[in-house]
Design a protein around this ligand. Sequence first.
Ligand SMILES: [Zn+2]
Length: 301
Amino acid sequence: MKKILLIVMCLCLVACAKTKEEDTEAPELKLKSSRVRVGLNSDIDYLAFIDKAIDEVDGELIDEVKYNEIDVSKVGQSIVTYTLKDQADNETAQKLIVDVVEYYDGGIFSPLDVEADTVESADDVTVLINKMHQIPKGWTPDDLEPVLDNPSQMLRKEANEAYTRFYNDAKSKGIVLYSISGYRTNDLQTKYWNNMVKVYGEEYASQYSAYPGRSEHQLGLAMDVSYKTTGDRLSESVAQSDIGKFIVSDGYKYGFILRYPQDKVAITNYGYEPWHIRYVGVDLATQLHEQGITLEEYYND
Ligand SMILES: [Zn+2]
């Protein structure tokens, strides 16, 4: 019995332990994501972006990772190249895109600080559009319909059908919703953004308006909902109203999420908007509601 055990152990040692000379495989270097944001003039912990730095012969190699440092004194995009060599000189490299942005209060930054990438499928009702991800140039939805409570505002067919059920069920509970702003063309969004910047400045606009091409309203899946009264209807008072409460408690059952919640400002990079609902479909809306997460967290983006 002992003999057999010894033989098995020897075999294992021969099979498992490669020597330095036999190591022809590069170590594994994996980043947590391919693109990150850092604040202007902030201290960067470069190693914190690494998920794995390991070699099958040398083991854990995080201390051996080399990288270039970037200039954080100005806003813009830089590349950090990480390289890792094992003892047998096998080398591997990974690139990380770093956006240096100037953070305003609450962790919001200007869309002008970053270059957005373009999403592949703007037709997908679960698509993520934000300051980092834009709608393809010239894309427009082809199934827009006027909403029942305000024919001057439109949503895509699937979102509109959901909105109609949402509206009617709210009404049966004595809550009267009013659609203020739904689908917007790129031209209209450009007008809104420019006007907001002109009147309130870039910092304020970065909180409450989206840069053209990066607005969910251009998807035909977002609606600003409030009361049908005059005056400032898009204010935080909506949150305390029956409308605001119904959005939070029941919106997901129809496929709508409150897209910019109060406690997620640093994640969505937009100010609190208790009036802005986004259609993502019942399955995803339910999942986000149950987990208490935003689209950004869902996509880990
Ligand atoms: Zn909105």
